[in-house]
Design a protein around this ligand. Structure first.
Ligand code: ATP
Ligand code: MG
Length: 197
């Protein structure tokens, strides 16, 4: 997979299958010119859902590509691939889950590493997820150093009322423009195509 945003799509698909009603996607970036004056730029991706969760045994096996509850084929690759993408940059990966409560995945990437996979078009991933799952609430939070923005579909629903579905073309157009504008604000003067994807 050549874009982390495609891994995100895959991981969120697991949350949808797990019957989540609320999914958070948090993409945080710390650049090496930030106030922290660290040596490496870091990207962290957190995906949190309130779906059915996993048992301890499932959780232990979940990073093993030969473990899956799928019946159509025996190999699940979503999580092992995401873990590999993070670890190959010298980053880290963790997953927490509790039956009935939900699941949280965290992946940290060292963005300066040669094996860093570009984030890609994360705005498009978020937009497609909302369009395809109009009954699920999403919180997408994006930050670079001390700047951040949120797209919160719960808030949008409150403003729109119950009669307007989130995936109506007007609302989707607004969402796409909002994501684009906010991302540009975030990047500001930074000349960084990797960040936008
Ligand atoms: N968010 C989640 N909530 C509950 N169970 C999960 C979640 N994510 C993964 N799982 C469990 O872990 C298994 C492995 O997930 P993974 O994404 O690696 O493979 P898969 O979804 O089975 O197949 P693939 O992603 O390759 O289509 C899933 O089959 C599911 O049982
Ligand atoms: Mg999967």
């Amino acid at each position: 997979m050549r874009e982390l945003s495609l891994n995100v799509m895959d991981i969120v698909q697991n949350s949808v299958t797990a019957k989540a009603t609320f999914i958070e996607i948090i993409v945080k970036e710390i650049t090496n010119d930030s106030l922290l004056s660290i040596n490496d730029s870091l990207l962290s991706i957190i995906i949190k859902d309130n779906g059915c969760g996993m048992s301890e045994k499932q959780l232990k096996n979940v990073t093993d590509p030969f473990f899956t509850t799928r019946t159509t084929r025996s190999v699940g690759l979503g999580i092992p691939l995401f873990k590999m993408e993070a670890e190959q940059t010298g980053g880290s990966f963790s997953i927490d889950s509790e039956i009935g409560l939900g699941t949280t995945l965290k992946a940290n990437f060292v963005t300066s590493h040669l094996d860093m996979t570009p984030l890609g078009n994360i705005n498009s991933t978020v937009s497609i997820l909302i369009r395809c799952n109009p009954d699920i609430d999403f919180l997408y939070r994006r930050s670079i150093d001390d700047k951040s923005f949120d797209l919160d579909t719960k808030e949008l629903r409150q403003v729109l009322g119950n009669d307007v579905p989130l995936n109506s073309s007007e609302v989707m157009q607004w969402i796409d423009e909002y994501l684009k504008e906010q991302t540009q604000n975030l990047i500001g003067g930074k000349d960084n195509n990797e960040i936008i994807g």
